[in-house]
Design a protein. Structure first.
Length: 309
């Protein structure tokens, strides 16, 4: 029995879905299933009743879950003590609208992370890191931002953007045939407006100016209906359910991607901060960023720029 198998057990028990648990743990679904089966063999008990449609804890699984959580907590406490981090000041982390679902789980063993409740736009969060208000931020940045504010960034996630359209056609749509919304509120939408403008210039998409916060939310859907053409969905709308009269369409030639960076000050060498950065960004892969995807030329992870800063 290994600690990682106990983490897998707890994740599946909390999600009650192998697919969601695998995504949370950043491992392949078949590998997760195999590890759970190996744990069951080691313990000599069945932890889950599962079929193609549902997952449920067995009675034994329910009784073992509190103990598994306690063991993991003890292991995390031991790691903190071993690295001399248990008594250090909390690492303050801000974000925009997305953060890894398993952020606490991945950092519990290395530092005490305090997630800041003050949700702000990307440029504001990067500025707070630069002035020392917080230690880390998950946000969208460009290479000039990093240089100007003496920041460094590591890739932590990416959204493959899609289009929203009226009608029933769900086939892929070329980037040049899209509309992309920008908003007159440059304080709130500075990063998105910059991204959208670069996307339009590179692909031939049409920029549509708005002044109602319609880059996302109900106003966005109204713009789609009014324009009667596919419109790029922003990162803030990635998980919003679509109304029944609208459809989601993949974007091709190329597929726009929005990257999320974990940003910190270049001169911040504290062990706790570096440990959190490593815990959140090591061995995550490329998030599907390849030759078919589009990033702004000044994106830290664009192939048209130098290596990430």
């Amino acid at each position: 029995m290994e600690l990682r198998q106990l983490r897998y057990f707890v994740a599946v028990a909390e999600e009650m879905n192998f697919g969601r648990a695998a995504e949370r743990l950043h491992i392949a679904g078949p590998s997760l299933s195999q590890q759970i089966k190996a744990l069951e063999r080691d313990l000599g008990v069945r932890l889950f009743d599962r079929d193609r449609r549902s997952v449920a804890l067995t009675t034994i699984g329910e009784s073992l879950l509190p103990g598994a959580r306690a063991l993991l907590q003890q292991a995390d406490d031991l790691r903190r003590q071993a690295t001399g981090l248990s008594g250090t000041e909390a690492v303050r982390l801000g974000y925009v609208n997305w953060r890894p679902a398993d952020l606490v789980e991945r950092t519990a063993g290395v530092a005490r992370v305090q997630v800041d409740a003050w949700v702000l736009p990307s440029h504001a969060q990067a500025g707070r890191v630069a002035d020392g208000s917080i230690d880390l931020a998950i946000c969208w940045v460009q290479t000039p931002d990093l240089a100007d504010q003496d920041l460094t960034a590591r890739l932590i996630g990416a959204d493959h953007l899609y289009a929203v359209s009226t009608g029933t056609d769900t086939s892929p749509v070329a980037a040049k045939d899209l509309a992309v919304l920008v908003d007159s509120d440059t304080l709130s939408w500075s990063s998105w407006n910059l991204y959208a403008g670069q996307f339009a210039r590179d692909t031939g998409a049409t920029v549509v100016q708005t002044d109602d916060g319609g880059v996302t939310g109900p106003a966005f859907f109204e713009h789609v209906r009014r324009l009667r053409r596919p419109v790029v969905n922003s990162p803030k709308g990635q998980t919003t359910p679509l109304p029944p009269d609208l459809v989601r369409r993949p974007i091709v030639d190329p597929t726009p991607c929005w990257t999320w960076s974990l940003v910190t000050r270049r001169d911040d060498t504290r062990a706790s901060v570096r440990a959190v950065v490593d815990a959140l960004t090591t061995d995550l892969g490329t998030f599907g960023l390849d030759d078919s995807t589009w990033l702004p030329a000044t994106d830290p992870y664009s192939r048209r720029t130098a290596d990430p800063v």
